[in-house]
Design a binder for this molecule. Structure first.
Ligand code: UD1
Length: 334
């Protein structure tokens, strides 16, 4: 298939582009490089030894996106493009709503004009909001979030659901990611955010590399076994492979389907730190600090639907995630 990957120079998009190329698909990437580097495109080519077409455009720019569809025979789209920093979204809500919603609406309009009916969307476990019990199951209400970033995911899921009602021959797969970490085994691709990282693993990577002094663990007094928050961390390569499975499913089906991509296991911040130290044979300076606003004590996926419907399950271990994260972080350019 000829797959358009929006946001394909980003962390999850680039790993997905690699797996698509490895599986023999043709890949077209559009990315405005607002939070990614051009170098990533070269690295995708280097890892796979294959060509891909790259367009440096904002996918909310309808004319330019239209040109991409006119020049390429796109069979399906994986839509990653969007702003993703939770804290920043609280400070700049309009920017988040404008960017994330506009890019999706524009993409759908152009897909409709070119009769392209298969879409895999990069959603998040944040759509389960603060009130559902864990493990999260797809049939639970997924209608609220705790940040404008998260609300854009809720709203886009709604838009895609309504679009599928109006166009029963369209297929939209809403992939609800848990906490992706880890990096490509080559050490060439990984999570390398601009500025000081908000997410746990890139922060750990920069502390390990001596670029940041110490990790602050947000809260040691939660009602969990060791007092720190628990999350369902999954390897980004497993996540990327989940997108391939979702595409295969979308090729054969119609309608909307929400699917969790997680391991089904929760581990704590302290457990992750300890695993990172052990597998990479180092000590990580850290302190326990106050809780971060908006953090939930614990959540993880019920991963049964992904296995049943897509035949997908995560295979990488926490040690694999810690080892590959460090391999990337110690070579990362920032
Ligand atoms: C958040 C978002 C999720 C988004 C994901 C990736 C929510 C509820 N979750 O997940 O939607 O997809 O980011 O962008 O909005 N931690 C520390 N010290 C740090 C950084 C993090 O202790 O310096 C802890 C946090 O308290 C949390 C865990 O590490 O318990 C994971 O945090 P993080 O990587 O930011 O992801 P989430 O907040 O779970």
């Amino acid at each position: 298939m000829n797959i358009l990957v929006t946001g394909g120079a980003g962390y999850i998009g680039s790993h997905t582009a690699v797996e698509l190329l490895n599986a023999g698909h043709k890949v077209v990437v559009v990315d405005d490089l607002s939070n990614a580097k051009y170098e990533v495109i070269d690295r995708i080519k280097e890892i796979t030894g294959k060509k891909l077409d790259f367009y440096w455009i904002d996918c909310a720019d309808k004319e330019k996106l239209w040109d991409v569809f006119r020049n390429q025979d796109i069979d399906a789209v994986i839509h990653f493009a969007g702003f993703k920093a939770v804290g920043e979204s609280v400070r700049k809500p309009l920017q988040y709503y404008r960017n994330n919603l506009d890019s999706t609406l524009t993409l759908l309009e152009v897909m409709e004009e070119f009769d392209c009916k298969k879409l895999v969307f990069s959603s998040s476990a944040t759509v389960y909001g603060p009130d559902n019990p864990h493990p999260y199951k797809e049939e639970m209400p997924a209608i609220q979030s705790s940040s404008p970033y998260g609300w854009t995911k809720v709203m886009i899921e709604r838009i895609l659901t309504d679009y599928c009602t109006a166009h029963p021959d369209f297929c939209a797969i809403l992939l609800r990611y848990f906490n992706p970490i880890g990096a490509h085994e080559s050490g060439l691709l990984g999570d390398d955010p601009n500025g000081i990282p908000n997410n746990l693993m890139p922060y750990i990577g920069r502390v390990a590399a001596g670029k940041l002094e110490k990790l602050t663990i947000f809260g040691g007094d939660y009602d969990t076994a060791d007092g720190t928050c628990q999350r369902d961390y999954l390897h980004v390569v497993d996540l990327a492979l989940g997108h391939l499975k979702a595409l295969e499913y979308a090729a054969e089906h119609q309608g909307v389907e929400a699917i969790n991509l997680g391991t089904g296991n929760g581990i704590s911040v302290l457990e992750l730190v300890t695993a990172f130290e052990k597998v990479n044979d180092m000590k990580l300076p850290y302190e326990i600090g106050p809780r971060r606003d908006g953090d939930l004590p614990a959540f993880w996926a019920d991963a049964a639907k992904a296995k049943e419907l897509l035949g997908w399950e995560a295979t990488h271990t926490v040690d694999d995630m810690c080892r590959s994260s460090w391999l990337f972080a110690r070579n990362a350019s920032i």
